[in-house]
Structures are given as C-alpha cells and as structure tokens.
Design a protein around this ligand. Structure first.
Ligand code: PEP
Length: 253
C-alpha cells in the first residue's frame, strides 16, 4: 500500500482556556504543512469555536475531545454532534482512554458515537488500547479486536476510509507512561489491519489510517511513522506548545 497521507495530531486535553487557545490558533494559522502531512489539534469545548474559526481554511485541522451520540435532549453537561459540527470542528475524538477510564465510557457508547459523528459529517478519531493488566495477561490482540469490532459495528464499510484510528496502549499514555517499542507497534498495527480487512474487505481495510499514540516525542515519532501500517502519530504532551508541535512534524518528515 502506498502511504498517501501522514496524520500528526495533538490532544490538548484539559489545557488551554479560550485566551491561550486562541493565541495558539493564531500562531498555527500561517503554518504550512509539508506535502502529504495532515496536522490536527484537538481542543477543549470552550475553545473549539474560536480556534476553528481562526484555523478555517488553514493547514491545521481542528477537533473536539468528545461528544454525545444524541442530537439534543436531557443530557446535562453533554455536547451533541450537531453542536460540535456547528462550532466548525472537522474531527471528533471518540473513546479516548481517559474517558473510558475516568468517565465510564464503554465500547457500546463508543459505538453509538462513531455512527453519530459520521452522520454529522465529522471525522471520528477512534481511540483503542489495552490496559496494563490486559497487556500483562497477553490479551492485547483480543482486547483491540473487541474494541474495534464493537466501535465499528454500525459504521458503513464505505465510511471506514474517512475515519481515523489511534492505537494508544493505556500503559503508554501520559506522564507515568512509557512509549511502546516500535516492533510491538508494528505487530499490533498489522493485527489491526487484518481485523479491518476482515470487517470490510481488503480494498477498504487497507485504506483506514492507523495512528500510534502514547509517549510519542520529537525523538521517537519518526521511528513509529516509518513502520508499515502506521499512518501517523497522535500525541499529548509533545504537541501542547506550538513550536514543539511544529518541530515534531518537521522531525517526522
Ligand atoms: C494521549 O493522551 O492521547 C497521548 C498520546 O498522550 P501523551 O502523548 O502525553 O502520552
């Protein structure tokens, strides 16, 4: 498979209020991505509209960190797919491990959100990953296959090339995490590719972008992206400052 596009994104998590986010967006506005690279930033809800309006038409795509699956209703504290779309987002994160761990998101809710995002013209970025316990018990492949099959259950096969999937082992994410070995990522991604081909056939399965995330840095990013079946990286900390994010992209290419 010829790799056409390398996706490089950062999840701001619960960082950057409206003023700081706007300053970052202004700084990114003139950024010209290298050929074949699609950079994106995933902002908190309170910054989404302002950031998306500054970056409208820019090289850097903008996304939200979560959404509900219903259009509207009695869901206090939630944001609907239509609201995310109206704010100008291109992408929406679905099932980040911090949401699964701390906010009780399940494969079932993730599945509902995937089809809702696509119905609203948003590009879902599905996060999957095994916990440290699952890794230690040797059930990584089974865990990821289950997460993937449930999340994609109601997604039309033709829509699959329009989604993004990030493999983010829970034990690799955040300050306490350690980056996964590139060999291990290559093996896991080959397995994910096989599951996607099993679900939707080889033509479609081969075209779904698979990103790696978890303690990616400027120093190790390139080693992941040079693996077969790794179509980009998804970072947290390494992308929170705009100059760092731009440097990370330069070092991958
Ligand atoms: C993440 O939370 O998606 C992530 C990859 O975080 P970090 O890069 O900081 O480990």
């Amino acid at each position: 498979v010829t790799r056409k596009t390398v996706w490089i994104g950062t999840n701001w998590k619960m960082n950057k209020g409206p003023a700081e986010a706007l300053a970052a967006a202004e700084a990114l506005k003139a950024y010209r991505a290298p050929d074949g690279v699609k950079p994106f930033i995933i902002t908190p809800f309170t910054s989404l509209q302002a950031v998306a309006s500054v970056l409208k038409g820019a090289d850097v795509l903008v996304g939200a960190q979560n959404m509900h699956w219903e259009e509207s209703g009695s869901w206090t504290g939630e944001i609907s797919p239509g609201m995310v779309k109206e704010c100008g987002a291109d992408i929406v994160l679905i099932g980040h491990s911090e949401r699964r761990q701390h906010f009780a998101e399940t494969d079932w809710t993730v599945s509902r959100k995937m089809s809702a995002a696509l119905r609203h013209g948003l590009r879902p970025l599905l996060c999957i990953g095994e916990s440290l316990e699952e890794y230690d018990f040797g059930v990584t492949a089974e865990t990821l296959s289950r997460q993937l099959k449930i999340a994609l259950h109601d997604v039309a096969h033709a829509d699959l090339p329009n989604i993004l999937i990030a493999y983010e082992p829970v034990w690799a994410i955040g300050a306490g995490g350690r980056a996964a070995d590139t060999d291990c990522v290559a093996k896991v991604h080959a397995g994910l590719r096989a599951v996607l081909c099993e679900i939707a056939g080889k033509d479609i399965g081969d075209r779904v972008p698979l990103l790696y995330g978890g303690s990616v840095t400027q120093d190790n990013a390139r080693s992941y992206v040079s693996q077969p079946n790794v179509d980009g990286v998804f970072v947290g900390r390494a992308g929170w400052s705009v100059p760092d994010f731009e440097k990370l992209i330069d070092r991958v290419i």
